[in-house]
Design a protein around this ligand. Structure first.
Ligand code: HEC
Length: 188
């Protein structure tokens, strides 16, 4: 009896691993790795620059380094990568499209229902592309530039006013979802 079960499992296993699902799993894994490669690099640069020139002095890291790093990752991996948010600081770069907007709204709902923000992600084949979104929760480090008004230094406030007159990205508290990393790739 036991033997028969094992034989059946061995016969079925190869079929379970083929077809559309296996392919989607591989794409999800790849997209996840691409998306996760940006935040740690950004965090290191942010921390270094805050140490060197203070929180206000680190604004260029987010303004110039983040898109530069995203561009490098795109070149290395073939995936397009950017950051999006429902409350943008840089409207021209970070305004979500319809798919991203829906996913971001779902993240907020899922977080409100008790899911851990750092675990929120969504991957799907959308038309001729594979798309993936990974939530970026607010951590202590983020508050100096995205926190409540009394957490922002006068220098940061002035720099934000000057660089981002339409800034919507303050007033966050720890654990809220600030936005997401969005990656996409055309399927062959
Ligand atoms: C030193 C200030 C600073 C810190 C600290 C900081 N940010 Fe930002 N953040 C910015 C600036 C400036 C931009 C706009 C970048 C641009 O022009 O593309 C930005 C943009 C973003 C965006 C892109 C969407 C948008 O609104 O334009 C996300 C997402 C984001 N930040 C998340 C975070 C998270 C999460 C943390 C903490 C881990 C963090 N930031 C820490 C200054 C900061």
């Amino acid at each position: 009896m036991k033997k028969r079960l094992i034989v059946a499992a061995v016969l079925i296993a190869p079929f379970a691993a083929t077809g559309a699902y296996a392919n989607e799993d591989a794409l999800l894994d790849e997209a996840r790795q691409v998306a996760m490669s940006l935040p740690p690099r950004l965090m290191v640069s942010l921390q270094e620059e805050i140490g060197r020139s203070g929180i206000g002095g680190a604004i260029p890291v987010c303004k110039e380094m983040a898109p530069k790093m995203a561009g490098e990752i795109s070149k290395q991996t073939g995936w397009q990568i950017r950051r999006v948010s429902l409350k943008t600081r840089n409207e021209s770069r970070a305004t979500p499209d319809a798919w991203e907007k829906t996913a971001l709204e779902e993240f907020d709902q899922r977080a409100a229902a008790g899911e851990q923000p750092s675990k929120l992600e969504k991957g799907a084949q959308v038309g001729t592309e594979y798309r993936y979104l990974k939530a970026l929760p607010v951590q202590t480090l983020c508050l100096g530039c995205h926190g409540l008004p009394d957490q922002l230094t006068p220098e940061v406030k002035a720099a934000l006013r000057q660089n981002y007159p339409g800034d919507q990205a303050t007033g966050y508290t720890e654990g809220q979802i600030r936005g997401a990393i969005s990656v996409r790739k055309r399927l062959p």
